[in-house]
Write a protein that binds this ligand. Sequence first.
Ligand code: UFG
Length: 319
Amino acid sequence: MKNLVVGGAGYVGSVVTRLLVEQGHEVVVLDDCSTGHADSVPAGVELVQDDIGTAGRVLASGDFDAVLHFAAKSLVGESVVKPSMYWRTNVVGTRALLDAITEHGVPRLVFSSTAATYGEPEVVPITEDAPTRPTNTYGATKLAVDMMITNECAATELGAVSLRYFNVAGAAFGAGERHATETHLIPIALDAVLGKRDKLDVFGDDWPTPDGTCVRDYVHVEDLARAHVLALTAAEPGHHLICNLGNGNGFSVKQVIATIEEVTGLPLPHTVGPRRAGDPAQLVASADRAREKLGWVPEHDLARMVADAWEFKQSLGAR
Ligand code: UFG
């Protein structure tokens, strides 16, 4: 298959690109490298370093079988402070991409959606039929795109799959997390282990959870990447399938800290501070639909995610 990977220089996009190449697919990456890194795109893959708005020109140049769309602003806190930037990049940018997809008759789309579309859940594990009441701009923009895609599929022959990621972690095929602004728990904690930060701040231990810290569903980026490849074959003309991607197991911040100390064999300096605004207490996925519709079975546990992220962090020091 010939695929256009929009946002293929970012964390998840570059891992998926590498898996597609490994499986013999042809890939072109479109990425403005505003947060991604050109050197994350594997050798032999064409990188068009440009804005998402130019996707039409790339699609016009060849017969693409699919678009995989990862490009987005994705910092929850920033999205609340800068809503205009998030609506423009995530929604207006994707509108242009959808128009280009329709114009050039690309039959398949796989979109990176998020658990943030659900907001504070009434019930965990969260199924795809749960109410979507995002509590931040980031989640609202991703939900808006999911709705645009549903409308597009109903009106055209486009077959699309939205994958709602829970907490992605780990590294695969030599690619991992290297955000200029890092907000995620595991990379921040590993920097504290390495002495690159003095400590990890735990955002509250008075949540209504078993140990008082927030519970999340961590999913290995390699498992996530495999789901994208499965989604390419599951996409049906005129249909929009939405699937959660998580392991279905919740881990608290304290459990993540314990796992990190166990895997690295080093102490993780941390203190407990106030809650972070907008954090839900618990986000755990029901991945039943992904299992049923995509045949997706996640293989890697939290210890493996930490081990792979740790190896990648250490490799960065050596670059
Ligand atoms: N946390 C800390 N200290 C930190 C960073 C995080 O205690 O320095 C805690 C958070 O409070 C949260 C947990 O660790 O309980 C995980 O936080 P992350 O920032 O790693 O991830 P989030 O759960 O906030 O968000 C992630 C993605 C979002 C996505 C969301 C959906 O970053 O893009 O999952 O589940 F929308």
